[in-house]
Structures are given as structure tokens and as C-alpha cells.
Ligand binder design. Structure first.
Ligand code: SF4
Ligand code: SF4
Length: 74
């Protein structure tokens, strides 16, 4: 399954990815990361691995997009 994976502790909760995903796969959760930000979460059922979230995210390494089988992640 295609999916985007958020590295929680690298996310600053800016919502750029949330607002950019054409398939509404991303949201900001209520949990706080080590930087003190509410971070993005992925619900990948409709992810097409288009990569838009990866390209718009200003935080290097915060988002990885997998096309096809992704490794096991939470
Ligand atoms: S890769 Fe595309 S469809 Fe998947 S979460 Fe990112 S923006 Fe949305
Ligand atoms: S664009 Fe990057 S830093 Fe901003 S909420 Fe999404 S994952 Fe976090």
C-alpha cells in the first residue's frame, strides 16, 4: 500500500502538508512531540504516493513517501 510516513520528532506542525494533500490523508494530532509541537499524522488509505507532501514540507526528513509496500510503521 502507498503511504506517507511522518517522523514525529522532526515535524513542527505547520500544516503545509495537511493543506496540500489532494486526498486528505494527513492531519495534525493532539499529541506533542519532543520539540513541543502537535505533529502531523498520516491515514494512508487514499494515498497515491504523489509526493506532494514530501516536496512541500519545510522540515528535512519529516516526511517519507513509499510507493507500494512500506516497512512496518506505527
Ligand atoms: S504522497 Fe500525496 S496522496 Fe500521499 S499523503 Fe502525500 S500528498 Fe497525500
Ligand atoms: S509540512 Fe512537514 S513540518 Fe509541516 S506539518 Fe507537515 S510534516 Fe510537519
Amino acid at each position: 500500500m502507498n503511504r506517507s510516513v511522518i517522523e514525529a520528532d522532526l515535524c513542527k506542525g505547520c500544516r503545509v502538508c495537511v493543506n496540500s494533500c489532494p486526498n486528505h490523508c494527513l492531519s495534525i494530532g493532539s499529541e506533542i512531540n519532543r520539540l513541543g509541537y502537535q505533529y502531523a499524522r498520516s491515514t494512508p488509505e487514499k494515498c497515491t504516493a504523489c509526493g506532494i507532501c514530501f516536496y512541500v514540507c519545510p522540515e528535512p526528513g519529516a516526511i517519507t513517501v513509499y510507493k507500494g509496500e512500506a516497512p512496518d510503521v506505527k
